[in-house]
Design a protein around this ligand. Structure first.
Ligand SMILES: *[C@@H]1O[C@H](CO)[C@@H](O)[C@H](O)[C@H]1NC(C)=O
Ligand SMILES: *[C@@H]1O[C@H](CO)[C@@H](O)[C@H](O)[C@H]1NC(C)=O
Ligand SMILES: *[C@@H]1O[C@H](CO)[C@@H](O)[C@H](O)[C@H]1NC(C)=O
Ligand SMILES: *[C@@H]1O[C@H](CO)[C@@H](O)[C@H](O)[C@H]1NC(C)=O
Ligand SMILES: *[C@@H]1O[C@H](CO)[C@@H](O)[C@H](O)[C@H]1NC(C)=O
Ligand SMILES: *[C@@H]1O[C@H](CO)[C@@H](O)[C@H](O)[C@H]1NC(C)=O
Ligand SMILES: *[C@@H]1O[C@H](CO)[C@@H](O)[C@H](O)[C@H]1NC(C)=O
Length: 479
């Protein structure tokens, strides 16, 4: 998560837009209900699936085999199993036709259903959907089952001018929902990554200043009891998933892929979200594998494989002198390979709040730069000044972190603020060897207090002992 941070102003604008379009949608919603609540007698023959174009930069993702055409529509929106097939709502699924309306009507139908409804994007079909906000609350839980392909319009030129360029599919105020299936969500990001406003895409490979919007593929806002399971999602124009103000989020067995050089394509970003479980997931992309923003707590990440990419990140926190509170985060039994960072905590000078009770355990590193890093001087330009306040970092436990590091950076780096030291950093069973070449850089510490429970490889002798006196003198915000 490096280039775009939503300012409070931008999020206010977002919310008011969201609210307005929510209102608008409830009106159109009522209309759709009439047109679609009668029973259609038309038999819709699904078209034969069109072959999907494959772009050369893609990593191979197995495409589902096309299936023989399913039995003709029986006249009900649901069959006995409560499945709402998008084709019943007029979707074509040829990858070209705009199927947004069908998905909206299916959503409205599902949302008003008294029993849990399944919206199905069937196997062998590719549904092109425009940027849309799906709003709740709904009468009961909704399952969006993607067995085929869902995709947005192809790049900024085909994005309707009046659609948000910040996001593609948004789920807002949903109480219980699952996205699952054996299909693919294809963000078609390439044309967005190549925009001349992107990093190093300017004249002579420069990074132009100013905004450069690209849509986040899947966003959840103010929602709870969410599951994302078994899906493949690839090539998002920007973040693949972002959760804001959500509760009880369960992500299991998903595959996220984008090229290593695709800008800002974080796998999963969470913000102001708690009770999050991310299990059995594989992410290779061009930015953070998982990024954990302000206001997150009770996050458990287990059996994730990250890389190539930028590793797992808590932060950046405290930007623009903001307060950030993050606590009770665990990352365990995972692999991070060929990444710019392993497990990172990054905060800006001048913030406030705290990051505490973070455990990184049982993590295998493979050719990672900065496998273990705390950076309280995070800055994206050259003109950040040191300030007296900082997000307080404490109670960070690293245990059983083994593997190899890229010798361009030290294997351990604890850079803490002058006025707000990091405290209670514990290292146990850390063994990091150079992936190639000789160990050149020693672990780095600045104003970092903590203990070694076991000897480490390489040895760490720079952690300060005990508790710094300044944490009693300074005005530290414990959240
Ligand atoms: C309902 O539709 C789903 C998906 O098309 C299908 O798998 C299931 O067999 C159907 N059930 C009945 C009873 O037709
Ligand atoms: C965007 O513009 C199209 C055509 O001009 C119109 O049909 C559509 O309703 C507009 N959408 C929104 C969200 O305003
Ligand atoms: C989430 O689910 C739990 C139990 O399934 C339920 O008690 C709770 O009300 C749900 N959350 C919300 C916000 O509805
Ligand atoms: C870890 O996740 C991978 C990828 O989903 C899965 O294949 C593997 O079985 C998981 N391992 C365990 C121990 O659950
Ligand atoms: C920490 O988070 C885990 C879930 O990841 C939860 O089970 C546990 O109760 C939390 N601990 C505290 C002290 O809240
Ligand atoms: C900020 O403080 C750190 C640690 O004292 C120091 O290394 C760095 O040069 C300072 N940066 C600036 C811009 O003064
Ligand atoms: C240090 O942090 C660990 C967790 O890493 C915690 O269990 C312990 O209580 C902390 N010690 C103090 C003195 O706060």
């Amino acid at each position: 998560m490096q280039y775009y941070h939503i300012s409070p102003l931008a999020s206010c604008i977002f919310f008011s837009c969201l609210f307005l379009s929510t209102q608008a949608r409830w009106h159109s919603h009522t209309k759709h209900k009439h047109t679609h609540s009668h029973k259609s007698s038309k038999i819709l023959e699904p078209p034969s699936p069109s072959p999907e174009p494959r772009e050369p930069y893609d990593q191979p993702v197995p495409e589902p085999e096309p299936e023989p055409a399913s039995p003709p529509f029986n006249g009900n929106f649901y069959n006995a199993t409560g499945v709402l097939d998008l084709r019943i709502f007029g979707a074509v699924g040829d990858g070209i036709t705009d199927d947004t309306k069908a998905l909206k009507v299916a959503w409205d139908t599902a949302c008003q259903s008294d029993s849990a409804a399944i919206i199905l994007a069937p196997r062998g079909f590719s549904f092109m959907i425009q940027s849309t906000i799906f709003t709740g609350p709904c009468q009961s839980g909704i399952v969006l089952k993607v067995d085929g392909t869902l995709m947005p319009p192809d790049g900024p030129e085909s994005w309707p001018k009046n659609n948000s360029k910040h996001q593609w599919l948004v789920f807002y105020r949903i109480n219980e929902m699952s996205i699952e299936g054996g299909g693919v969500i294809d963000g078609r990001g390439k044309k967005w990554w190549d925009l001349p406003c992107k990093p190093h895409k300017g004249i002579h490979g420069k990074t132009p200043r100013g905004p450069c919007d690209s849509p986040i593929a899947i966003r959840f806002f103010m929602s709870s009891n969410l599951t994302v399971q078994g899906l493949k999602i690839k090539n998002s124009p920007q973040f693949h998933f972002r959760f804001d103000n959500c509760k009880n989020v369960n992500i299991d067995s998903i595959y996220i892929t984008a090229p290593a050089l695709s800008p800002n394509t974080d796998g999963i970003h969470i913000e102001n979200t708690n009770d999050v479980k991310i299990y059995n997931t594989v992410v290779s992309n061009g930015d953070d594998c998982v990024s954990i923003g302000s206001g997150c707590y009770d996050v458990d990440i287990k059996n994730i494989t990250c890389g190539p990419g930028h590793g797992i990140s808590i932060g950046s926190l405290g930007n623009h002198n903001s307060q950030a509170c993050v606590t009770n985060i665990t990352v365990r039994d995972s692999v991070i390979k060929v990444s710019d960072n392993g497990v990172r905590i990054k905060t800006w000078q001048g913030g406030s709040g705290a990051v505490s009770r973070v455990t990184f355990s049982n993590i295998h590193m493979d050719s990672v730069r900065n496998p273990i890093i705390i950076d309280q001087f995070y800055c994206l330009s050259k003109d950040c000044t040191n300030q007296t306040s900082a997000v307080f970092v404490s109670d960070i436990f690293y245990t059983n972190i083994k593997g190899t590091y890229d010798v361009r950076s030290p294997p351990m780096h604890f850079a803490c603020s002058d006025s707000v030291p990091c405290t209670n950093i514990t290292l146990s069973d850390v063994e990091l060897l150079p992936a190639l070449g000789d160990m050149v850089l020693d672990p780095y510490c600045w104003n970092a207090y903590g203990d070694l429970q076991t000897l480490t490889i390489p040895p760490v002798s720079c952690l300060l002992e005990g508790t710094p006196p300044s944490i009693f003198d300074n005005d530290i915000d414990h959240c």
